[in-house]
Design a binder for this molecule. Structure first.
Ligand code: G4P
Length: 527
């Protein structure tokens, strides 16, 4: 029998799409996010997305370090409504503020939008973020941006997706010219032209045609570009991959759209198609099996903890991705790891930098919970029963430092701080074998800065970080692991749980070790 709540959940879940944008700095993520929010009529928010980039606009309750650098330290969540849908965009910080949080945020998304600069193609950060999405097997939608500028040929870009990322593609539309000659795109499904006017597009300007050979296409494109378009489309039909929804949903085939974010060109077409193709909030694995979003029992997991959003209160916010059931303000839930009941009294939803109190929320939504220090990354909350969601992966750090306390008398506070901050996922801690020295590992430099800042501000401890030359970490699994095998440009250490981890100075050292120890597994995430 379907209950009223079950019906409500089905309706709310069907409306929702939760995704993250993955890209390299400068590809146009801020611009695209702003345009997407504008479709939801969220003009005020759109402004504040842009404002986040300029330090002078930062509001007073931002973490000190954010103010100093004029950046957003940790990802926030933006929500908007469009055409009967409720859309949650998880922001993945780009520039120097790239961190393990960026990766973790991807675990809360059901799909990803990969944004690529048409001139630069696949760049380093996109590649890293893509790999995290690939491991989860989530669908990836590609937007090739800046078509109003001279870029690489669309074929070369698709080839790069396949060569560099190993993903096949299906162009949903195809550009007619580029840069100064950019005329627009030809929509393969709807057989229509979307015209580019070279200015901010307030609405889509389209012309229905019978196919690429239609005289109207020639009239608009000009002889040369028309011929090129016909040839390109023919080649795509013959040699390109067919559209396959199953492959899209498994993340094996990416639908590709061409456009120009700054001109708002191709953005709405992208959004409309995305909403049609992207998955609704997905079930998640747990100790009690797969948890469906429409299950009435409210449950969710913490994927990120953000500290000090309000320095006056030194509070922390735990970001919870709702997996199932309905969230209602003030409800009591089980904090499964702690084995305690807690009341969710002051939940917040994140709209750019504004924080609003939320009364109800559904699967796919992200809520921020006031955290007096009780949550850890990966914690599960459940209204009934001890549901524990799969642990979040620990990602391989790329920067390493030795850490020492400036004032030896502060050792106790130092230990407490390091323990708590690693639990929150600020940095990863490794211990050398024999000497028990502490080595810290991070994905992005900012994590070190946040650690230094918080150790001082919250624990009163000055620490000294000494950068080490390691660049790679691999979890080592196998029999008879011998530290002596990791002496040259490498070192064997242990992580917090006692797993062996080998650190390498360069790719050559890593490869040599892998060749020498064929029976040992070298894992990029913790076992
Ligand atoms: P990011 O968040 O990915 O780092 O990128 P952001 O949106 O800030 O865009 C980076 C630069 O690229 C900006 O220029 C932006 O205006 C430009 N841009 C974004 N989309 C397009 C596009 O479709 N076509 C062209 N030609 N440019 C685009 P900027 O000069 O660095 O900043 P601004 O002064 O314009 O804000």
């Amino acid at each position: 029998m379907t209950t009223k709540l079950n019906q409500e959940l089905q309706t709310e879940v069907a409306k929702r799409r939760t995704f993250a944008i993955i890209s390299h700095p400068d590809a146009g993520k801020t611009t695209l996010t702003e345009k997407l929010l504008l479709f939801g009529g969220a003009i005020r928010l759109a402004g504040s997305v842009k404002a986040r980039k300029a330090s002078k606009h930062a509001t007073s309750d931002w973490m000190e370090i954010e103010k100093q650098r004029g950046i957003s330290v940790t990802s926030s969540v933006m929500q908007f409504d469009y055409e009967g849908h409720r859309i949650n965009i998880l922001d993945t910080p780009g520039h120097q503020d790239f961190s393990e949080d960026t990766y973790r945020t991807l675990t809360a998304a059901d799909s990803a939008v990969m944004l690529i600069d048409s001139a630069k193609g696949v760049e380093a950060q996109t590649k890293k973020l893509f790999q995290v999405c690939r491991k989860r097997g989530i669908p990836i939608f590609t937007f090739i941006n800046k078509m109003d500028r001279e870029g690489q040929s669309p074929y070369d870009l698709l080839e790069e997706l396949e060569q560099v990322l190993g993903i096949r593609s299906y162009p949903m539309n195809w550009p007619i010219g580029s840069g100064r000659d950019f005329r627009g795109v030809y929509d393969r499904e709807k057989t229509r032209l979307e015209l580019f006017k070279g200015e901010e597009h307030t609405h889509i300007s389209v012309r229905d045609v019978s196919g690429p050979e239609d005289p109207l296409v020639k009239e608009i494109a000009g002889e040369f570009l028309h011929q090129k378009l016909c040839e390109d489309l023919e080649l795509l039909d013959v040699a390109g991959d067919p559209f396959d929804m199953e492959k899209v949903l498994n993340g094996e085939l990416t639908p590709v759209f061409f456009g120009s974010g700054i001109n708002n060109f191709g953005v709405q077409t992208f959004l409309d198609n995305f909403l049609e193709l992207a998955p609704i909030p997905e079930p998640r694995n747990s100790t009690s099996g797969s948890i469906e979003p429409t299950e009435e029992n409210f449950s969710g997991f913490v994927f990120k903890i953000q500290a000090n959003m309000n320095p006056a209160h030194r509070d922390r916010i735990a970001f919870l991705r709702i997996v199932s059931g309905k969230f209602e303000r003030g409800m009591s839930v089980r904090h499964v790891r702690a084995g305690k009941e807690i009341k969710l009294a002051q939940p917040q939803q994140f709209l750019a930098q504004d924080r609003d109190i939320v009364d109800t929320a559904y699967p796919g939504d992200i809520i921020g919970l006031f955290d007096p220090g009780i949550f850890r990354i990966g914690d599960s909350l459940s209204q009934k029963g001890d549901i524990m969601f799969d642990e979040l992966p620990t990602f391989s750090p790329e920067l390493f430092s030795k850490v020492t306390v400036k004032n030896a008398l502060k050792h106790k506070q130092y230990q407490k701080g390091i323990d708590q901050l690693t639990e929150e996922g600020t940095v990863q801690v490794f211990t050398t074998i024999g000497f028990e020295d502490t080595i810290l590992g991070v994905v992005g430099q900012l994590q070190f800065e946040v650690l230094e800042y918080r150790m001082k501000a919250e624990y009163g401890v000055d620490i000294q970080l000494q950068r080490m030359s390691f660049q790679f970490a691999r979890w080592i699994v196998g029999d008879n692991i011998d530290a002596g095998k990791f002496r040259i440009n490498s070192q064997l250490v242990k992580d917090k749980k006692g797993n062996f981890v080998a650190l390498f100075e360069n790719e050559y050292a890593l490869r040599t070790a892998m060749d020498k120890l064929p029976d040992v597994k070298f894992l990029e995430t913790a076992p």
